[in-house]
Design a protein around this ligand. Structure first.
Ligand code: COS
Length: 398
């Protein structure tokens, strides 16, 4: 990464700068050799194993289970995703999904579940998945219809389907959110860890997308899962999902930032080397205007990302508003930055194999997954109105 000056911002401690610097050097040297665009599953398996062996996945689990810190250090997670995304969207994906798949277990799992699943995730020996979305329940996650019904005292049976599941087809286990019916809507959902080889769990369909990564629809047919695999209390699954997203939404924003930084570096290189009208492209003021807008968008996004991460790391129980703002702004800004980079590259910008063309495909899904921009707007507005209610109630009580 060319410009590391943001790491001197007051959000960071020495440990963050060391982590980011070492990961950047490692990723530059190692990651490109692990990627084969014709074998995405194989690349992801290699990436998880190599990230694990090198110790980087320790950032996604707590210290007691082989991790780096007591809980999540969100700044470390964000720096990791930003740095990996700069070098490769797939490397970022592999890191992030280990985190998202392990997150609910870290947040709400029993000690027994933590001990069984987290150390292997941290070592890159097991691949994790997070199964929330359904065909008719994406943004409206609480509308899910996959069910878990009791089967004797110690088991449940899961029936239904989950779709758009990252690592679907290569994961060793999934945290699956299902309707258990304690109450209607969000209060009647529970989470279970389901091993990928559990009878009754099938990969119904692999899904191909513009920036390929392992993605599938999972089908559950009388899939028998021990009650002991429940993550959090009965009916608390939705809160577990939302609390996990509170942590990981800032990291999606960080990944967008990494992709945008790469686009700016590519554009700078192009602008200063491409000859046009007897000068370089960068001598043209319209190019300069684009570069200035790109850099300003990147800094604004970075400030929101690291504000959210720092706030969570200071012990805030929820950073719903901060994380939603960071995710919304950073992913939208990155799309604009990358589009400008493509424009600076001209025809080469849409040519297969050119980095900015890859970035252009990589960024699009980030504005949709883990809560589309429109969902983030709902979340931010709700938080604002909650604050307004509280202050009106406070004034009335005075
Ligand atoms: N942390 C902890 N608990 C949370 C929470 C958070 N960040 N956000 C909500 N909750 C709790 C609420 O407090 C509420 O609990 P109570 O009923 O006890 O008060 C419960 O969860 C339900 O919350 P809410 O009423 O806000 O649920 P909604 O169904 O209205 O949620 C949104 C609406 C849009 C916010 C939610 O569905 C959402 O985030 N959707 C996007 C999901 C998503 O990201 N999908 C893509 C997944 S890809 S990995």
């Amino acid at each position: 990464m060319a410009d590391l000056s943001f790491q001197r911002w007051p959000f960071f401690e020495a440990k963050h700068r060391t982590f980011a610097g070492e990961l950047n050097r490692w990723a530059e040297a190692v990651v490109p050799g692990l990627i084969d665009h014709h074998d995405v599953d194989g690349s992801c398996r290699k990436l998880v194993a190599t990230l694990g062996k090198a110790g980087w996945l320790r950032a996604v689990v707590p210290a007691n289970y082989g991790g780096l810190y007591d809980g999540f250090d969100v700044r470390t997670l964000c720096l990791a995703r930003e740095t990996l995304a700069y070098w490769s969207g797939l490397a970022d994906f592999s890191f992030a999904m280990q985190g998202l798949g392990a997150g609910p277990i870290t947040i709400a799992g029993t000690d027994e579940l933590k001990a069984r699943y987290l150390p292997r995730v941290a070592k890159g020996e097991a691949i994790a998945g997070f199964a929330l979305s359904e065909q008719d329940a994406g943004s409206d996650a609480a509308a899910m219809s996959t069910t878990a019904t009791p089967d004797g005292a110690d088991y449940v049976r899961i029936n239904g389907a989950k779709t758009w599941i990252s690592n679907g087809g290569i994961a060793d286990h999934y945290v699956v959110f299902v309707r258990t019916g304690e109450a209607p809507g969000a209060r009647g959902i529970s989470a279970f860890v389901v091993d990928a080889d559990t009878p009754g769990l099938k990969i119904a369909e692999r899904i191909e997308v513009v920036a390929p990564h392992p993605l599938a629809t999972l089908k559950f047919e009388d899939c028998r899962v021990p009650l002991a695999n429940r993550v959090g209390g009965a009916g608390e699954g939705f809160k577990v999902a939302m609390a996990t997203l509170d942590v990981f939404r800032s990291t999606v924003a960080a990944a967008a930032l990494g992709l945008a930084r790469r686009a700016l570096d590519e554009a700078l290189e192009r602008a200063t080397s491409r000859q046009m009208f007897g000068a370089t492209l960068g001598d043209l003021q319209l190019t300069q205007a684009a570069l200035a807008d790109m850099a300003t968008d990147i800094d604004a996004a970075a400030l929101l990302v690291y504000r959210a991460a720092w706030t969570k790391d200071q012990g805030a129980p929820r950073v719903t508003r901060e994380a939603a703002m960071a995710k919304m702004f950073a992913t939208e800004a990155a799309q604009t930055v990358i589009d400008k980079a493509v424009q600076i590259f001209g025809g080469m910008g849409v040519r297969k194999g050119v980095k900015v063309e890859e970035l252009y495909r990589e960024i699009r899904a980030l504005r949709i997954y883990e809560g589309a921009t429109e969902v983030q707007k709902i979340v931010i507005a709700r938080e604002l109105m909650k604050g307004a209610h509280a202050s009106v109630a406070g004034r009335a009580a005075e």
